[in-house]
Design a protein around this ligand. Structure first.
Ligand code: ADP
Length: 619
């Protein structure tokens, strides 16, 4: 295959690979793409669970038995107060409450709860943003005892409502609040929460969380839920405490999250672990707290890295196809494609073990598209090779037809003449001589034709060896002129050789003689009788020398000049001239001259004559 075409094909494959990556990336940005990535995330989340740990938080649960005991929803504050009273002697480190405290309740219950809050160290109370964008805060008598107020909004996936991340910050109106879990951590470690666009710093812990919009859900944190083996965050219900007050010891120095866990409360969420069994909201707050306290941050991979790796994977596919196209069997490319696809699956898994969330879709799609595109490309390459072989075959067939057709004429003449000679024994001597000469000439023509034809085939197949010798241009020209003179004299054409400068060429003398002889005989062949053919030589630019062969023959128009080096091409006027030809001589001449580092220029005018100029390189 020609180098240029091969380069073009490679470029096409490269474009296919880049397009695969662009398409893969673009599709992963669509809603559907994000869902796929979320499911892949959930899969890895379940498949690569961390080892169980000792939780630093604990849940004080208001569960069904507690509600039953304290009088349903109306008794929540009573249960909360009772629970706090039981655990306070054990000295919890902080207490974060996720129970609605925005309105006044029963006077006695509120008074008891207020007393309990007053005795609670590091108390964090909840706040919500209402539909109108304002904050619903705990009533002042409770808020007065809080070390901090934290927002308790969840962030559920838009499409499948799974709780994968939590907003560390929420803004209502112009007031921003940190999350309940972050505030619970903050009150324990003290100091201030430092903000930068990329992270929050609390108590020396850097929480990676990008600021996207300071007045919406600006900072998200992926929650690392405790592994299934751990059975969730430990929890003790108020009813259990009532039944066994010694359980209070479990709350010692822990960060306590207090909330309603009864299913009926409706505050339940689905997590990547619990696709069927929802988790109470308070456990999600506690999990967020554990994520921060244990620094188990899951960070999104950078898009630049994802793009680069996708491109690398897709390029590997392209490379496998490019290197195996044509020569090696298809299965090698196919097997490589499967291997790369496997690698594209391993990347997100490996990244996950390094706490990096690597989107699954871009790499996967890039590889899949690259495989499809490369397979298509390979198909095209094979198609092209087939077409080329087809063209080669047709060309060969045409050559065969042409040669057999051309050979028929001399053969018929030879056959006819020889039959006449044998049939008529008493043939005049002059006639017999003429016949013998005709047979001789026609068989020579036949031999020349075969020779020419074979040379073309060998030259174009690259089988013809080119000698590398030095020879004088003038010698070659002389030899050609001597050989062509007899032919020219028959048409009374004068060959005028102007002074040929002494100049040496490098290459194959025999081939060069063939080329010049061909041009010279063409000049004679396509000229009427009693005209002149002129050979002249001139210095060209640099180390070039120009050898021109000029005739006063039938000439050619511009269109014909352009096609004259095509194999088997003959002009109309050449056909009509009655001169026999094969239309391949010039194609060989061109090949010979090119292989000697030269070029041919043709100037011609119909009816006026032609000028073939060889621009040759001096040795
Ligand atoms: P052939 O002469 O055997 O037909 P060539 O390859 O040598 O094949 O030439 C191809 C064609 O170019 C010729 O058939 C003729 O039409 C044209 N041609 C070549 N040389 C001349 C010339 N000196 N003057 C006019 N036409 C020419």
């Amino acid at each position: 295959m020609p180098l240029l075409r091969q380069n073009k094909l490679r470029l096409l494959l490269a474009a296919v690979i880049v397009a695969s990556v662009v398409l893969g990336m673009a599709l992963s940005w669509t809603a559907l793409g994000r869902q796929f990535d979320n499911y892949a995330y959930d899969f890895l989340f379940r498949a690569l669970q961390p080892e169980p740990w000792d939780a630093t938080s604990i849940i004080l649960a208001i569960d069904e038995p507690t509600l039953a005991k304290y009088g349903g929803n109306a008794g929540i504050r009573g249960a909360l107060a009772a629970g706090l009273e039981r655990i306070l002697p054990a000295k919890p480190g902080a207490v974060a409450v996720d129970v609605v405290l925005a309105e006044n309740g029963l006077p006695d219950a509120d008074a008891r709860l207020e007393r309990a809050f007053a005795a609670t160290p590091n108390l964090v109370l909840p706040a919500y943003i209402l539909r109108d964008g304002t904050w619903e805060n705990p009533i002042p008598r409770f808020a007065a005892h809080a070390a901090a107020i934290g927002q308790v909004h969840a962030s559920l996936d838009k499409f499948d409502s799974v709780s994968r991340e939590a907003p560390l910050m929420k803004a209502g109106g112009r007031i921003r609040r940190w999350s309940l879990a972050l505030e619970a951590f903050h009150v324990r470690v003290g100091g201030t929460i430092l903000e930068s666009p990329e992270e929050l710093v609390v108590g020396g812990i850097h929480i990676p969380s990008t600021l996207k919009d300071a007045f919406v859900d600006g900072r998200m944190l992926r929650i690392r839920y405790p592994p299934v083996k751990m059975g969730g965050i430990p929890h003790v219900s108020v009813a259990e405490l009532d039944a066994n007050p010694a359980l209070a010891a479990k709350f010692s120095r822990k960060t306590v999250f207090v909330g309603v866990t009864a299913q009926a409360s409706g505050d339940n969420r689905i997590t990547p672990y619990s696709n069927t069994e929802p988790v109470p909201g308070i456990e999600i707050n506690a999990s967020e707290y554990e994520t921060i306290a244990r620094r188990m941050f899951l960070v999104d991979a950078r898009w630049l890295a994802v793009t680069a790796v996708s491109l690398a994977l897709a390029s590997l596919v392209g490379l496998a196809f490019a290197l195996t196209s044509g020569t090696r069997p298809d299965w090698i490319a196919n097997a490589s494609a499967v291997a790369v696809l496997a690698a594209s699956q391993a990347v997100p898994a490996f990244a996950f073990t390094r706490s990096t969330v690597w989107p699954w879709l871009p790499g996967t799609l890039s590889v899949v598209f690259a495989v499809a595109g490369s397979a298509f490309w390979r198909q095209m390459v094979v198609r092209r090779a087939l077409n080329q072989a087809d063209a080669e075959k047709t060309r060969y067939q045409r050559a065969m037809q042409f040669v057999t057709h051309e050979m028929r004429t001399p053969l018929t003449a030879i056959q006819g003449s020889s039959e006449l000679i044998s049939r008529y024994g008493a043939m005049p001597e002059a006639k017999r001589k003429q016949m013998a000469e005709m047979i001789n000439a026609e068989s020579k023509r036949l031999a020349r034709m075969i020779e020419t034809f074979l040379s073309v085939e060998r030259l174009s197949a690259g089988q013809m060896e080119m000698k590398q010798e030095r020879f004088a241009l003038a010698d070659v020209v002389d030899a050609c002129v001597a050989r062509a003179r007899a032919y020219a004299e028959r048409k009374s054409i004068e060959i005028d050789v102007q002074s040929i400068a002494h100049c040496e060429l490098q290459g194959d003398r025999e081939l060069m003689e063939y080329a010049i002889y061909n041009l010279l005989t063409n000049a004679v062949k396509y000229s009427p009788e009693r005209t002149r053919v002129t050979l002249s030589c001139e210095d060209g630019k640099g180390d070039r020398v120009h050898l021109a062969i000029q005739d006063q023959g039938i000439g050619m128009d511009k269109k014909e000049v352009r096609r004259v080096f095509e194999k088997f091409y003959r002009t109309k006027s050449a056909e009509q001239s009655g001169e026999l030809g094969t239309g391949i001589g010039l194609s060989i001449v061109e090949q010979i001259v090119t292989q000697h580092g030269g070029t041919i220029q043709v100037e011609s005018e119909p009816g006026k004559g032609s000028r073939f100029t060889l621009v040759l390189k001096r040795a």
